[in-house]
Design a protein around this ligand. Structure first.
Ligand code: AMP
Length: 415
């Protein structure tokens, strides 16, 4: 079946069209048919639509809202202009899978969307006021456009719902958790779950034998401790701000900093939160960019001190978390790098690992240099106590597969 995967943000929409079913899942022969995105929804939008193996089609046009964005994509997919051989009309799209950011404590795995599930996603709006409303608009748009075809919600938080209380509770007055559900939820769950699943498949392991630390290092960054196949700790918290240094997010800071910055800079709490989310991290330290590639070039070619410092702080924090999670798990078998930086930057991987040799983490330099650009495999030395893998993440594929599984009532592998 052909599944449209939608990732709706407040002003952008990304999609993939993937052919998959239970047989294709079993022999790993799913097929991406098309992908693309619409940016700057609400104004003069930039539209990029690509059928696999064909040249990207770029255009600019006004796109009013998410519904118009979904319509634009669907109209293109179903038209001759898209050159997707498998699709002749709207009827050739059989289901829609949605990335939904927050599932709160309600959703521990992906769910077939019913009115009740939609209400559950609405109930989580207060936990993700920017993201869940956009996801809901995408779901409603798809309902209007496609009528009754099955739709599935795949939650960023669901994989981390196995965290034990000692890992998900903050040391705050307990009634704040009771009253407002203030706790660690964790995000990027679909990515952590996917790479853990790939690792298990490559090594032919049972789920309960998967003891790994997964690092999703992209523009957003998070790390997860996965013990016996379950996430038992992760670095993002109530929101995606906590944890590792990211492109524009600070990650961990002393909570008292917020009030301090507010009074020193004459900002509101909300403005400080925006500063922590959008002007901090690699961008804030370097004063240059949130793009790791550019920072590496500035540091190596122009000897830029603050670019180097941003990279150092980024790698130091990641290394500290690896040490903490090895302690939390009482040891792990493998470290897995994923995300734009984790999959492509041998230098960042080397900088993170070089301080961890005492715990048996040892990169094979040649392998490390050669596993970039989407290559999947092992990059540690034979003698290393802890293996290191690069596994390109694929959240869209997991969303498509969960959609196919739920439609076929195969709920056995949703975790
Ligand atoms: P993502 O959010 O997963 O798309 O990752 C985006 C991040 O990956 C950006 O900081 C990019 O600079 C970084 N990235 C992509 N390719 C490379 C590369 N070859 N070397 C270093 N960083 C890269």
């Amino acid at each position: 079946m052909n599944i449209l995967v939608l990732n709706c943000g407040s002003s952008s929409l990304k999609f993939q069209l993937i052919a998959t079913d239970l047989e294709r899942i079993a022999d790993n022969s799913d097929q991406k048919l098309a992908h693309g995105q619409i940016e700057r929804i609400g104004g003069a939008a930039i539209i990029t639509l690509t059928a696999e193996g064909k040249t990207p089609q770029r255009s600019a046009a006004p796109v009013r809202d998410i519904k118009s964005a979904v319509e634009t994509i669907v109209r293109w997919i179903a038209s001759d202009a898209s050159e997707i051989d498998e699709i002749k009309s709207l009827a050739d799209i059989h289901a829609v899978g949605h990335r939904v950011v927050h599932g709160g404590e309600k959703f521990t795995e992906s769910a077939l969307i019913t009115d009740e599930v939609l209400r559950g996603i609405e109930d989580c709006i207060e936990l993700a006021p920017l993201h869940n409303p956009a996801n809901i608009r995408g779901i409603n748009a798809a309902r209007e456009i496609f009528g009754g075809i099955p739709q599935v919600a795949v939650f960023d938080t669901a994989f981390h719902q196995t965290l034990p209380e000692k890992a998900f509770l903050y040391a705050l007055p307990y009634q704040l958790y009771r009253r407002h559900k203030i706790r660690r939820y964790g995000f990027h769950g679909t990515s952590h779950r996917y790479v853990a699943y790939r690792y298990r498949t490559i090594n032919n392991l049972l789920r309960e034998n998967v003891n790994v630390i997964t690092l999703h290092l992209g523009n957003g960054c998070s790390i997860a401790a996965i013990k016996r196949g379950n996430s038992i700790d992760t670095s993002m918290g109530l929101t995606p701000l906590e944890g590792l240094v990211m492109g524009t997010r600070s990650g961990d800071v002393d909570a008292a900093i917020i009030e301090f910055i507010a009074s020193k800079e004459g900002l509101t709490v909300q403005e400080v939160e925006t500063l922590l989310n959008t002007q901090s991290g690699l961008l804030g330290i370097s004063g240059l960019t949130n793009d790791m590639r550019e920072l590496l070039a500035e540091s190596n070619e122009n000897n830029d001190r603050r670019a180097r410092l941003a990279i150092e702080i980024f790698c130091y924090r990641a290394g500290k978390y690896i040490g903490a999670y090895l302690a939390a798990m009482n040891g792990a078998d493998t470290l897995i790098f994923a995300g734009g930086i984790g999959e492509n930057s041998a230098e960042v991987r080397r900088l993170i690992c070089e301080n961890l040799s005492w715990m048996g983490i040892e990169l094979d330099e040649k392998l490390n240099e050669s596993f970039i650009g989407g290559r999947e495999g092992i990059i540690s030395t034979d003698a290393a106590k802890l293996k290191i893998y690069v596994i390109p993440t694929n959240e869209e594929l997991l969303i498509a597969r969960d959609t196919a599984r739920l439609i076929n009532a195969d709920a056995s592998k949703l975790r």
